[in-house]
Design a protein around this ligand. Structure first.
Ligand code: ANZ
Ligand code: ZN
Length: 827
């Protein structure tokens, strides 16, 4: 081959994508069948794509990162499974179908085909035999099967819950279809409306979801763990029972501060809780109902905000404080949520800011009972929440806060008026969607038998392919319009019955797909036990931080629930997690409205897949955002061209030559760089690893252009090492280089270069530092220390700083590695 040939990335792409496909280069060994091998296995999964169109810049970042991780493990000798599938149910398909009058299937599967082709062009080393689509009946059948198992265990249930409702379109809206409180289609103000809906009982696993995070510590990013802890939101405190005047019942509150009971001056129940309804007296009912309708139109986030004025109404009722017998007036307000704790609170305005704001707005007494050393909240308007000593609290006065919490809780407990309590912020997962393009809920509603599960043998409940209306005008979900599909005999009594018309949230699909990859057509269960034993749990999971609480929490919940039913031998799905950042343009997220969209296909057409991959990885640590305005794909392309040219320049006569005869100094540098790259790749510091690859390239170029040159066996050793390590980032270029170096097999089978530990011993020399010609400092440095390093070391020296005595520097002369000469201004 002509050594002068220029680097042509597109020819490389065409050539190698075809060869990889023909040779099945990236297929894992023993996917489902047993193989007799001690070879370690690594299962690398990147969060699967949603087929909204062709691949975009975000995909162009995450898949090269996960591919580098997979390729590195493969080069190190692991049997690697790197699967691909599509998260292909969901609202965008339905919206696109509405807009263009298409079948959501056609839109979805056309996009999948486009993305699959783009993945091949991007050189991602997927094992295509794992390919699955969650919208295929052979997949969603098992969503239904899992749902039925959850139903049997009481982990799936139905209750009324509010949905977003557009009164004009007469339809339920997903949260993302509500823009500033209005329907995205017609702009009508959205109202909340109660509908009976399906839930998964995630809360049953709250404590275990929290406890098992210990196992993830150090292997998952700290911020994701913190977000999960916060989302689970465990609080410890006490339940305290207040008897209700004039009613024969007690009302329970949850408090984290039982020590402040003597400071309670009023009582609040959530306006939308059934309790409020029970407590309100006839005289106050009208004003209460008016207030409640106003609350129904407010979002939860607004309700909890400390900024908002505190609204509420008196219910005409009093409760009795169990510690001192005081009568406390009862209010209904919206800052107390029906869904948290017990939906009722004792209000302690001196020590809780929201209570204080409410007390001020409604002219209620404020009584401090913990002396925190701060100013009186009644005067400052600032509640005090710190530690301190109790006052005005009967026999508990004088106790420290922590002691008082214990003592009061114990006494209440002994009197049967309360007990220690733990609550969680985590809510059950509302999985019903009043949508078409999703998994039908496998339940039949029968007038005489009620909710009847569809028997396993009748799964899947297929989505109707015709006879439905995507946007019904009378408030029904789309599936309710598919009358032929809808009306079925009851599986239990055979009488006339109707199918459930909800479909499942697509987060159900993504909660277990990684379990099915090893055998995506398995027909005897959701996943193949043999594949599970061989590959799971996932060793490396890669995806965006936006899934820190939703998807990752749901997948952990599914894994635990399936484990408890005996279907999985482990309780955590992902051993290690890596988050990638976002790709920005000009400092902002890319968006159509900002007009700063960068098109991945255009970038690929301009620079080729390897240069785009290299640019993404070289831009910074995987978890950082990348600003495409600040990176240089053409620079990456130039480097790759140098790598390819270098491979072509190595003397073919050196194949099989004795490396021990190579230039020892060059060998040392090569081995050191390879060693560093190996460590960096292991730590997933991919961008720094690329910097080392670039250094190695320059080093070898210099060696070829001087001295023994292309015929030095050390040059071949270095070039072969370079091409092999580059293959994890830029596989097309590396394959071509490997071929130029005279190897017929794929570079991915060549193994990671080994490092000779004897060559790693660093030799040091003494570098002296002069200021204005006088010796001022000396230090030991590596023989190959760069000018840059030496300059930095010299400038950091206190002795040099003293010698300069505040003078500026005119110039610095560096003779690596032995001399730095600093010329001050005044010289
Ligand atoms: C009295 C008290 C005094 C409270 C005080 C706090 C400070 P976390 O830590 O988030 O669990 N609370 C209880 N249920 C509530 C609900 N449904 N809606 C809104 N607020 C509710 O918060 C627990 C505290 O939040 C509880 O402790 C209760 O107010 C309030 F100096 O009780 B506290
Ligand atoms: Zn029936």
């Amino acid at each position: 081959m002509d050594k002068q040939e220029t680097y042509r990335p597109h020819a490389l792409t065409e050539k190698w994508m075809r060869i990889w496909q023909e040779r099945q280069t990236y297929e894992a060994r023993g996917l489902t069948e047993e193989i007799d091998s001690e070879q370690p296995r690594t299962y690398v999964v990147s969060m699967f794509p949603y087929p909204s169109g062709d691949l975009h810049m975000g995909h162009g970042e995450v898949y090269p990162i996960s591919d580098a991780i997979a390729r590195f493990a493969r080069m190190r000798g692991d049997n690697v499974l790197n699967p691909i599938g599509w998260d292909s149910f969901g609202l965008p398909a339905e919206n696109a179908a509405l807009k263009r009058d298409l079948d959501p299937r056609d839109w979805t599967y056309a996009n999948i085909a486009t993305q699959a082709e783009s993945f091949r062009r991007l050189g991602i080393s997927f094992d295509w035999r794992t390919r699955l689509h969650t919208s295929d009946p052979e997949y969603y059948r098992w969503n239904q099967w899992i749902f039925l198992r959850f139903l049997e265990k009481g982990l799936a249930y139905r209750k009324a819950a509010p949905v977003n409702w557009c009164p004009k379109d007469q339809t339920v809206l997903a949260n993302e279809q509500v823009l500033q409180g209005r329907c995205e289609r017609c702009g009508t103000e959205v109202v909340r409306r109660n509908l009976t809906q399906w839930f998964f009982r995630v809360t049953a696993y709250a404590q275990r979801l929290l406890d098992d995070m210990d196992k993830l510590e150090g292997n998952w990013p700290d911020d994701v763990l913190a977000m999960q802890r916060n989302w689970i939101g465990r609080s410890t405190g006490a339940y305290v029972d207040f008897s209700v005047e004039g009613l024969d019942e007690a009302v329970r509150v949850f408090t984290t501060r039982p020590d402040t009971l003597f400071g309670a001056t009023f009582f609040v129940v959530a306006a939308d809780a059934a309790l409020a309804e029970r407590l309100v007296t006839d005289e106050h009912r009208a004003s209460f109902e008016e207030y409640r309708s106003a609350v129904a139109a407010t979002s939860e986030i607004d309700r909890l905000s400390t900024e908002r004025p505190k609204t509420g109404v008196f219910l005409g009722r009093h409760v009795i404080n169990p510690v001192n017998g005081e009568r406390l007036p009862v209010y209904a307000a919206d800052y107390v949520l029906a869904e948290y704790g017990t939906g009722a609170i004792m209000a302690v305005p001196a020590h809780d800011q929201r209570d204080l704001d409410f007390a001020k707005a409604h002219d209620l007494p404020i009584r401090a009972v913990v002396d925190t050393g701060e100013d009186d909240p009644a005067k400052t308007g600032v509640a005090t929440s710190g530690d301190g000593v109790l006052m005005a609290s009967g026999r508990y006065s004088g106790l420290a806060k922590a002691e008082a919490i214990q003592a009061i809780t114990a006494d209440l407990s002994a009197d049967g008026k309360g007990e220690e309590a733990v609550t969680f912020r985590l809510r059950d997962w509302l999985l019903s969607r009043q949508r078409y393009w999703g998994t039908p809920i496998p339940v039949v509603h029968c007038p005489s038998c009620g909710e009847v599960p569809v028997p396993d043998e009748e799964l899947p409940v297929l989505l109707p392919e015709s006879g439905y209306t995507l946007r019904p005008t009378n408030g029904e979900p789309p599936l309710a319009t598919a009358t032929e599909w809808l009306n079925v005999p009851c599986p239990r009594c055979g009488g006339d019955a109707q199918r459930d018309t909800d479909t499942m949230d697509t987060f159900v699909d993504s909660s277990w797909y990684f379990l099915r990859y090893p055998n995506p057509h398995y027909a005897d269960g959701p996943f193949d036990p043999a594949g599970i034993a061989r590959w799971l749990p996932v060793d490396e999971y890669i995806g965006g931080k936006e899934h820190a609480t939703g998807h990752l929490m749901y997948a952990r919940f599914f894994t635990k629930a399936l484990h408890d039913m005996g279907h999985l031998p482990f309780t955590e799905p992902f051993r290690r997690l890596t988050n990638q950042g976002q790709v920005l343009m000009g400092g902002r997220s890319m968006s159509k409205t900002l007009g700063n969209l960068v098109n991945l296909q255009e970038q690929l057409a301009l620079y080729g897949p390897d240069a785009v991959r290299t640019t993404m990885i070289f831009a910074g640590p995987p978890e950082d955002d990348i600003d495409w305005a600040d990176v240089s794909p053409s620079g990456s392309m130039k480097w790759l061209a140098r790598v390819a040219r270098l491979a072509g320049d190595v003397d073919p006569g050196t194949i099989g030559a004795d490396v021990a005869k190579g230039d020892p100094a060059l060998r040392k540098q090569v081995h050191r760089l390879v060693d560093e790259t190996t460590k960096l790749m292991t730590e997933k510091r991919l961008n720094v690893a690329v910097a080392r690859m670039m250094e190695l390239t320059s080093l070898l170029r210099k060696a070829i252009d001087s001295g023994a040159g292309a015929a030095d066996p050390a040059v071949r050793e270095g070039a072969e090492a370079l091409v092999r390590i580059v293959s994890v980032i830029a596989p097309f270029t590396a394959e071509e280089g490997w071929q130029l170096l005279g190897h017929p097999a794929s570079v991915s089978e060549s193994g990671w270069p080994t490092v000779d530990p004897d060559l790693l011993v660093e030799e040091t020399v003494t570098c002296i530092v002069q200021v204005a010609g006088k010796l001022r400092d000396r230090f030991d440095v590596a023989v190959d220390a760069t000018e840059e390093t030496l300059r930095e070391l010299a400038l950091a020296s206190p002795a040099v700083e003293r010698a300069l005595n505040g003078a500026g520097i005119r110039k610095i002369i560096v003779r690596a590695p032995r001399l730095v000469n600093i010329v001050p201004d005044k010289d």
